[in-house]
Ligand binder design. Structure first.
Ligand SMILES: [Cu+2]
Length: 74
C-alpha cells in the first residue's frame, strides 16, 4: 500500500517550555516523527510553528510525549 503524505502547516501553543533546552526537546520530538519538518518556536509565547509531513495530531502527541502540555492546535 502506498501512503501519500501531505505537507501541512500548524501552529501549536505549548506550555512548560522554559529554556533553549526545552526548545531543542520539542524540536527533536517533532523531527523524530517528521525528519524534514520545519519547526519554529517562540519561547516567551509558547508558539510552535510546524510545517512538514505530519498531521497536527501527531505533532501534539510528540510534544506531549516529550513532557509538555499542548494548549491549542490550529
Ligand atoms: Cu528547558
Amino acid at each position: 500500500m502506498r501512503v501519500i503524505k501531505v505537507e501541512s502547516k500548524m501552529i501549536l501553543t505549548v506550555k512548560g517550555m522554559t529554556c533553549g533546552g526545552c526548545v531543542g526537546s520539542v524540536t527533536r520530538a517533532i523531527q523524530r516523527k517528521a525528519p524534514d519538518a520545519t519547526v519554529k518556536i517562540d519561547l516567551p509565547s509558547g508558539r510552535v510553528d510546524v510545517s512538514g509531513l505530519l498531521a497536527p495530531d501527531a505533532a501534539r502527541a510528540a510534544i506531549e510525549a516529550a513532557g509538555y502540555e499542548v494548549v491549542s492546535v490550529a
